[in-house]
Write a protein that binds this ligand. Structure first.
Ligand code: CA
Length: 731
């Protein structure tokens, strides 16, 4: 498709340009392909690489930093760092150092290629027979026999980067089962010849790729130069973006910085599919210049782009909040699936997997994006139409979408287990929460908006909430149904947790409602009320000390709890108490975890060093992992404490956690771990709940749906005369 820019008027030429840019974004390569090759490129932590390990048996030695391999920040092949192997192989001793691939959520450890490549650098020449042995181990913990690096690299010359390439066929199994090189996930160096001398090897950019003949005719400029580089200064960081390039051989982008506009040094790389880089400078009043280049899979660089520059500056609280909202919004705008237009489960991750509930959250974030001018109304409307078109074609199970879908085909993806191949009522409720807010926002009288209104209404009216009651005498709704397995998962939806929205919408449905009495017998059935005090804060409703904070976010991004109460509690106050208990838990810090305090709190579900976990303020469900969405999505409940957390992680921890979509998912200071991913469930609540705190926008939209007020009446909610304001009130 090609647009003729000459036919555009000066005004619409800008729009054409934006449209072209959106098209390019849509068809750019995604990061999943990148991770089919890369075992290691850079460490997220700047002192030691989390996904490494090592051990030495005396008298041999191996340099380790709290059990991990140290990071080389000054010498690297791909910026910003590399790993340092410093060893001494002594007779009767031994050592081993393992470098693992980052095993982020839904990463399939399967590599494309026939050769293991990595780069080496040494200050002094190291002869081939003094280089370590190397092994690989695979995802099933089967391992290869040792291979002599010296067989493939006669020596490492002094002060010169060399790339070692070893055919995977050389790695024959050393374990009792076959070793699968394409599923290698750990590279292990170990003691070879005991020469008794200390050696240091800087190693970088481990990958599995196709062998190709050395192409000596290759020259700089083989890839196109990234165009339209721009830089925008915030308080402590500069956001650099450019137009994507799409050659199949693109391996990564390189970003260069200069402080004088003349001497440009490489500071980082970016994967294909993301055309943005976050340079955390750390203080206001700094001017920096940037250029971008592209590297192919043989590390041949394009020419450097034209420069762009920006200056960091102090920002007001209001400006900081807008910055945070926009950065998290980008996950759903730039990071969306190119075909479906909607939300990926996590980035990086598996770029097929769309998350249904997170798509509803993303829709609410898109509305905020339009309202705050991050994108135009037309762009937001186009995106909504694209999402709705996808949802209309995706399989539904009595009107209910599955938890995960393939973004290209809509096909149900049973990510959790074989039984989860049907409808998911909770995910569908969160999706519908977003769609209903969008229906009220795009309510213009023109055809596109009227058409969208009708199409969302049709989706809403064809969800068979009543089918998920399972039988006419059932007291509750059921989470899953599948045409293959029927009610096999058998999971009743009961509170208190994140699921209130399911009952609100099922009772509000104009076409497939369930009786309002299910609110009491199902949602508020068993174990709903609490009545205990935690740190002197009495909780009316909730499990234990409140559970993970997402319980107070997911249903209340649309449903405005201010001043509304049922016979159990006032939900705004109850949610506020959960946030305050969570905050107080961090102040008390019974697990003695690093960093916890008044500006570092908010336990909730997220990625963690051992995978996804619903962290909560109890010893059992707290492993020191702090999830940023916990406090940042609680702004309506605890604005002062949430702002303290925001400023701390941006101003003090920003160099470790701040990325292209705002804060990364989580950090564990006790384990020196930073999450490599952003999650679809966690970024949007930040954007949306901050908007609710600032203007109440999404609350107003959702509550204005004509089916909502009658539903509140049917359930028996009552409203205070004047809705109470959000705040840190200690009622
Ligand atoms: Ca590197």
């Amino acid at each position: 498709m090609r647009l003729d820019l000459s036919k555009c008027s000066p005004f619409s030429r800008v729009a054409c340009h934006l449209f072209c840019f959106a098209l390019l974004c849509s068809f750019s390569k995604a990061d999943t392909e990148y991770y089919r090759h890369i075992i290691f490129d850079n460490s997220l932590e700047s002192d030691a690489y989390y996904y490494s390990d090592g051990r030495a048996s005396s008298p041999s030695t191996l340099e380790l930093l709290h059990g991990k391999l140290p990071v080389s920040r000054d010498v690297f092949f791909t910026p910003a760092n590399a790993l340092r192997l410093n060893w001494r192989s002594a007779p009767d001793g031994g050592w081993e150092a393992g470098i693992r691939a980052m095993n982020f959520r839904n990463r399939e450890m399967k590599f494309d290629g026939d050769t293991l490549y990595f780069w080496c650098f040494s200050e002094e020449e190291i002869a081939g027979d003094k280089l370590p042995l190397i092994r690989l181990s695979d995802a099933n913990q089967n391992f290869s026999q040792a291979v002599e690096i010296g067989k493939f690299q006669s020596s490492i010359p002094a002060r010169k980067w060399v790339q070692v390439g070893i055919p995977l066929s050389e790695f024959r199994t050393g374990s009792i089962h076959p070793f699968e090189p394409s599923r290698a996930e750990r590279v292990v160096f170990s003691q070879n010849r005991a020469d008794g001398a200390e050696h240091t090897l800087i190693v970088d950019d481990f990958k599995i790729d196709a062998a190709r003949a050395a192409d000596s005719s290759a020259v700089n400029g083989s890839l196109p130069v990234p165009q339209n580089v721009s830089a925008r200064g915030y308080e402590r960081h500069v956001d650099i973006s450019w137009e994507p390039i799409t050659p199949a051989d693109l391996q990564h982008y390189l970003v260069y910085r200069s402080t004088d506009g003349k001497d440009f040094q490489p500071i980082g790389i970016q994967v294909p599919g993301i055309n943005r880089f976050n340079d955390y400078i750390g203080k206001p009043g700094m001017t920096a210049y940037y250029k971008v280049a592209a590297s192919d899979r043989q590390y041949r660089l394009s020419d450097l782009s034209s420069p762009a520059h920006a200056t960091t500056k102090m920002m007001s609280d209001d400006e900081l909040l807008t910055m945070l909202q926009e950065e998290c919004f980008r996950y759903y705008w730039e990071g969306a699936h190119p075909t479906a237009g909607t939300t990926l489960e996590n980035i990086p991750g598996d770029d097929r997997i769309l998350a249904t509930g997170a798509s509803g959250f993303g829709i609410m974030a898109l509305i905020v994006g339009v309202n705050r001018g991050f994108i135009t109304r037309e762009q937001g409307l186009d995106r909504l139409i694209k999402i709705v078109s996808f949802l209309e074609k995706a399989p539904r199970y009595h009107g209910v979408w599955s938890h995960f879908m393939d973004g290209a085909t809509g096909q149900t993806l049973p990510v959790f287990d074989m039984f989860d191949d049907g409808g998911d009522l909770v995910e569908t409720a969160f999706l519908m929460e977003g769609l209903l807010a969008a229906r009220q926002y795009f309510n213009g009288s023109g055809e596109p908006e009227r058409g969208l209104f009708a199409r969302i209404s049709h989706l809403w009216e064809t969800v068979e909430w009543d089918w998920y009651r399972r039988s006419m005498d059932s007291r509750a709704l059921y989470w899953h149904w599948s045409s293959d397995w029927s009610w096999h998962i058998n999971h009743q939806i009961t509170g208190f947790n994140e699921c209130m929205m399911v009952y609100l919408l099922a009772i509000a449905s104009p076409t497939h409602p369930v009786p309002a009495k299910l609110y009491d017998s199902g949602w508020a059935g068993d174990h709903y009320t609490n009545g205990h005090s935690y740190y002197g804060i009495k909780l009316d409703v909730g499990v234990g000390s409140g559970g993970p904070l997402f319980f107070t976010h997911y249903s209340y991004m649309g449903f405005d709890p201010r001043g509304i109460h049922d016979r159990f509690t006032d939900y705004f106050e109850n949610n506020q108490k959960m946030a305050r208990i969570n905050l107080t838990y961090s102040l008390q810090n019974p697990g003695h975890y690093k960093g916890y305090g008044a500006d570092f709190w908010g336990l909730t579900a997220s990625d963690g060093p051992d995978g996804y976990m619903p962290h909560e303020p109890t010893r059992r469900m707290d492993d020191g992992t702090m999830t940023f969405t916990g406090a940042l999505s609680s702004f309506p409940y605890t604005p002062e404490a949430s702002m303290r957390m925001f400023k701390h992680i941006y101003r003090d921890l920003g160099d470790r956690v701040w990325g292209v979509y705002g804060p990364r998912d989580a950090i564990n200071l006790s384990q020196d771990w930073v999450s490599p991913i952003y999650m679809g469930l966690n970024q949007a609540p930040i954007t949306v709940m901050i908007e609710n705190y600032r203007t109440g926008l999404i609350w107003k939209l959702f509550m204005s749906n004509p089916e909502i007020q009658p539903m509140l009446g049917k359930i028996g909610f009552t409203r205070d005369v004047a809705p109470q304001k959000s705040g840190d009130g200690k009622k």
